[in-house]
Design a protein. Structure first.
Ligand code: NAD
Length: 324
């Protein structure tokens, strides 16, 4: 029987600060498959996250159906915009949100993790982070600094993570990042260069698949996820509209669950996907495959959907049956 068994495997997931986002769901899926979970959390939200964990705020979402509970081996402060300690500006080091931490650049985190792992190596690396200070601005109003900051935090962070974590990873390992359709198609509202950052992430996935494959025998893929009401997505400001639009127009008229991305990551970490690398894997209920919207007018008037509707097909009953 086919199954996913990641017992004895280790993963570093960068980009968890609560139980609402993809990173948390990925951790939960990989832990349930047997992996040891190391987490990288952005210094400005580190204390909030770890204190909430201590207070048991996430106990319910960390508990599985059988009553067992996910555990993190270690949570490390991690900032994806700094490659080395010597690149961190003094004002950041002195900022009260950073002052209490050390070793949070990408290179130093990889060194800390190497020590934490003892003689072991890392098997999987998950990049589940993004940041764009100008994300609410149209590209026409985005500053050079805002645009480059989006690319630095959301795209180059993955390149740098491959550079620094690749050497401490086992051959046969897997690197996964999270992208969004806005890198391929225009999604108004996803501004500030974030669409460009996702396009860069998609392109880098191919080049890094080649380079990491040849250097260390490691696979590199990215998941193009459908919309999820995470903290990051809520900050963009249009998530409710995108969720509504997607659910009404995608082939599977249901709301995406973060667990569906988590289980796809488990598959991409497992040997079941041993020949998959350099791919963008869509976990979006098929939204990317649509060429025209199934608008309300289209459904009611039958001018678009009637092209495909067979006798007895009722779009509205379909919607009410499958939509959460
Ligand atoms: P999230 O808020 O759970 O995760 C984003 C994380 O990035 C946060 O924990 C934040 O602290 C962290 N972060 C921000 N700047 C950082 C930095 N400089 N260094 C380290 N960490 C930093 O939200 P999410 O939506 O689960 O996002 C995870 C990934 O999924 C992102 O790449 C996002 O673009 C992608 N994604 C999200 C959606 C969606 O609708 N939510 C859709 C497709 C793809």
């Amino acid at each position: 029987m086919l199954s996913i068994d990641l017992k004895g495997k280790t993963v570093f997931i960068a980009g968890i600060a609560d139980d609402q986002g993809f990173g948390f769901a990925i951790a939960k899926a990989l832990y349930s498959a047997g992996a040891e979970i190391y987490v990288g959390t952005w210094p400005p939200v580190f204390n909030l996250f770890t204190k909430s964990l201590e207070k048991g705020k996430f106990d319910e979402s960390m508990t599985y159906e059988d009553g067992s509970k996910m555990e993190f081996k270690k949570i490390l402060p991690f900032d994806g915009v700094f490659d080395n300690d010597n690149e961190i500006p003094e004002e950041v080091k002195e900022d009260k949100r950073y002052k209490v931490f050390e070793n949070y650049s990408i290179k130093e985190t990889s060194e800390v993790l190497k020590k934490e792992l003892g003689g072991k190596k890392l098997d999987f690396l998950v990049h589940s982070l993004a940041n764009g200070p100008d994300v609410k601005k149209p590209l026409l109003q985005t500053s050079r600094n805002g645009y480059l900051a989006a690319l630095s935090a959301s795209s180059f962070s993955k390149v740098s993570m491959c550079q620094h974590f690749g050497p401490i990873m086992n051959s046969g390992g897997s690197i996964i990042s999270l992208t969004y359709l806005a890198g391929e198609r225009c999604i108004p509202g996803y501004g500030g260069g974030m669409s460009t950052a996702k396009a860069a992430l998609d392109s880098d996935t191919k080049v890094l698949a080649y380079e990491c494959g040849r250097a260390w025998g490691i696979r590199v893929n990215t998941i193009s996820a459908g919309p999820l009401g995470s903290r990051a997505a809520k900050a963009i400001g249009f998530i409710e509209r995108i969720l509504d639009y997607s659910t009404r127009n995608q082939p599977l008229a249901k709301v995406l669950k973060a667990e569906e991305v988590g289980s796809t990551v488990a598959f991409l970490c497992s040997d079941l996907s041993s020949a998959i690398t350099g791919s963008v894997v869509y976990v979006d209920n098929g939204f990317h495959a649509m060429g025209v919207p199934v608008s309300e007018r289209g459904v009611q008037g039958g001018d678009l959907t009637s092209l495909h509707i067979q006798d007895g097909f009722e779009p509205h009953s379909f919607k009410s049956k499958y939509t959460d």
